[in-house]
Design a protein around this ligand. Sequence first.
Ligand code: GDP
Ligand code: MG
Length: 212
Amino acid sequence: MEEEKQYKVLLIGDSDVGKTSIVKRFSDDAFDEDILCTIGVEFKMKVVNVDDKDVTLCIWDTAGQEKFRALISSYYRGAHGIILTYDVTKRDSFNNLQYWLNEIETFSTRPNVVKLLVANKIDKENREVSREEGEEFAKKKAMFFIECSAKTKIGIQQAFEELAHKIMETPSLANESEVSKRKQKRPYTHRRKTRIYAPPSKHRASLTSFFF
Ligand code: GDP
Ligand code: MG
């Protein structure tokens, strides 16, 4: 019997762009007008169907540390897919995308990790970033692109399905699912221990406990 694939997917981008809302819409089909703040690392599992195969996505959302630019390396570690998000009504969140791409470059452990650029809040009237600008940036940086609204649902399911699809299409990623990794010879507990290492800066060190 074919084993079920399981992939790590994470969301990054500026604070308030709607990352938590996107995950909530996708996993619980719900939306909250005033999410206070994400507390603790959010971690959701959701099964999507790709080409008639069930694939489990382990979706990691930040605990709000992105506000302080302090996501640590273990958040990124082992990710198969990354959803990079901005808010179409906040140009700053678009201008900051390069910062997040640099973080991916620094911390991602898989060079071919699939990156999806998600433009959120398209239901709002006061747009500051056009669809064309988003598309162009994504193209330039070799990312896939989708516009969505966590509020109205538009594009949300499609974003995760597309991401899962692209992961499955990348053989070196598809075959390195979490499940198959556990079958490696070294015991999992031992591997976990050896994978913990000192965060790169003092700033990051203060948040380490969130993740281990
Ligand atoms: P995060 O900091 O990136 O996780 O952002 P949140 O998910 O906490 O969302 C920040 C705020 O934006 C909240 O008040 C949400 O209700 C709101 N929000 C998120 N997505 C949308 C959307 O698609 N449309 C609208 N109108 N508001 C949204
Ligand atoms: Mg959040």
